[in-house]
Design a protein around this ligand. Structure first.
Ligand code: NAD
Ligand code: UGA
Length: 468
């Protein structure tokens, strides 16, 4: 029979584990939720008295404020968390492998494996182990083998897949009212019971009809499939944006027109400088690797093209900046507005802004960058990683981090909008124009500004998906 879950442990206090389990604690006051992590700085930040949390998400502080210390705890004591819990989420990172077999494509499962081995080693009672991390299809099988080979007598482990579909920037509202919660289990009695136990946790706030229960492998694959199809829409619209620029069509009008077809739908059709974020590229490459391992090269090539189109979009955009500035940006000052991979997050993983700035640096431009949420240290780390052959001192001579959009634009030849922060829609463009060198160029990589209004002020405006 299903067990009634009273203690949950989440291994991994990152972008997924933190918000997800904080919301579970908020919505299930009768369940004790402990989020553990090996990274002490991260745990200290989650516990900070003034709620200076390690990640920025609208609404997150309010959730943590209500639940922390009541039934939500953050700790570095991983073993204690595991021992006490009847249900354990594994929400550790699964980055792309950097070396060895499958380097550049396959998911690096070492953190998942380490966490799994730790569970097997320290557990003294039966546990439901839930894969929350995004993993390749059939990872649950490996986890089961590890757990069963290392478990103590009277400990049984049931494994579930429960991928997370939240998007950064809207994590809390996505968690409060998810389109669906997906739970995969083995179709044995024990598997189905474990699935029911987890379903009862979500049923505290998610309507039953939105909780989908499927087989383990379908659940694992659905996560990769959902991200691949979302990213594919962006690459499709970005591919069309190149045609628009060459023909005089307008990508916003095209997206609007095709999105009216109820079979296509209007969401996720915004042309951009290219998608970023920790997951789209990683998960598609993972799917490519899976397809290749299964001897399905045509399937692999199909999905790989989604990532290639995204690389092309970023390259194409920085080239358009150089071309428009009379084929040279050497010594010219360029203001890059936005560094996060999307608005409403401080996360910069795979952000298109990193690639753009690296391209501008290699053209020997001077770059001013401003982002309302990204810590300066993070910007330096990302730029250093993007140009490993260039010493940080040299980078710091070329790049300046500014405290406001206005400050970044001062004395610049061009403004490049890389992230769709709301405040960039409300910039005092008259003041910006007055402070810039002339001709003053604006490149809108996010389709957020009123190009006509800016042209009236005197700007030369270039927009993604529109002819110059
Ligand atoms: P993250 O890097 O922010 O957090 C992972 C945390 O796990 C880190 O703090 C790390 O210290 C900790 N950790 C690693 N190994 C550990 C161990 N053995 N014991 C204890 N702690 C350990 O990663 P994230 O963005 O939260 O992503 C986690 C997973 O969720 C990934 O598989 C990702 O693909 C998936 N996912 C992410 C998002 C997103 O929006 N970021 C959305 C859906 C799914
Ligand atoms: C994405 C998915 O939306 C989530 O469902 C999924 O859980 C998550 O990946 C994950 O697995 O990590 P996220 O990357 O946080 O979420 O943010 P998105 O809103 O999907 O944006 C991704 C990138 O695509 C951003 O750079 C965004 O600016 C870009 N984008 C998005 C566009 O260029 N155009 C669009 O129309 C939408």
């Amino acid at each position: 029979a299903p067990v009634k879950v009273s203690k949950i442990c989440c291994i991994g206090a990152g972008y997924v584990g933190g918000p997800t389990c904080a919301v579970i604690a908020l919505k299930c006051p009768h369940i004790q939720v402990t989020i553990v992590d090996l990274n002490k700085d991260r745990i200290d930040a989650w516990n900070s008295p003034d709620f200076a949390l390690p990640i920025y998400e609208p609404g997150l502080v309010e959730v943590v404020r209500q639940a922390r210390g009541r039934n939500l705890f953050f700790s570095t004591d991983v073993d204690k968390g595991i021992k006490e819990a009847d249900l354990i989420f594994v929400s550790v990172n699964t980055p792309t492998k950097k070396s060895g077999v499958g380097a550049g494509f396959a998911a690096d499962l070492k953190y998942v494996e380490l966490a799994t081995r730790r569970i097997a080693e320290v557990a003294t009672s039966s546990k439901i182990v839930v894969e929350k991390s995004t993993v390749p299809c059939r990872t649950a099988e490996s986890m089961r083998t590890i757990l069963e080979a290392n478990s103590k007598p009277n400990c049984r482990f049931d494994i579930l897949s429960n991928p997370e579909f939240l998007a950064e920037g809207t994590a809390i509202s996505d968690l409060f009212s998810p389109d669906r919660v997906l739970i995969g289990s083995l179709q044995t009695q024990e598997g189905i019971d474990a699935c029911q136990s987890l379903k009862q946790v979500y049923a505290n706030w998610v309507p039953e009809e939105r909780i989908l229960t499927v087989g383990l492998w379908s659940s694992e694959l659905s996560k990769l499939a959902a991200n691949a199809m979302l990213a594919q829409r962006i690459s499709s619209v970005n591919a069309l944006s190149a045609i628009c620029e060459a023909t005089g069509a307008n990508i916003d009008e095209v997206a609007h027109a095709i999105g009216y077809d109820s079979r296509i739908g209007p969401k996720f059709l915004k042309a951009s400088v290219g998608f970023g974020g920790s997951c789209f590229q990683k998960d598609i490459l993972n799917l490519v690797y899976l397809s290749e391992s299964l001897h399905l090269p045509e399937v692999a090539a199909y999905w790989r093209q989604v990532v290639e189109m995204n690389e092309y979009q970023k390259r194409r955009f920085s080239k358009r900046v150089v071309d428009t500035l009379f084929n040279t940006i050497t010594g010219k000052r360029i203001a890059v507005l936005g560094f996060a991979f999307k608005a409403d997050t401080g996360d910069t993983r795979e952000s298109a802004a990193i690639t753009l700035i690296r391209d501008f640096q290699s053209e020997k431009a001077l770059v001013n960058v401003y982002d309302p949420k990204v810590p300066h240290e993070q910007i330096w780390l990302d730029l250093e990683e993007a140009s490993p052959q260039v010493p940080l001192d040299t980078i710091k001579k070329q790049v300046t981090i500014c405290k406001s959009a206005i400050e970044a634009c001062k004395d610049a030849e061009a403004v490049v909008i890389a992230t769709e922060w709301k405040e960039f829609k409300e910039i005092d463009w008259e003041a910006v124009y007055a402070s810039m060198n002339k001709p003053a160029f604006v490149f809108d990589g996010r389709l957020i500004i009123d190009a006509e209004k800016l042209r009236k002020i005197g700007f030369k405006v270039t927009t993604i998906g529109r002819p110059s």
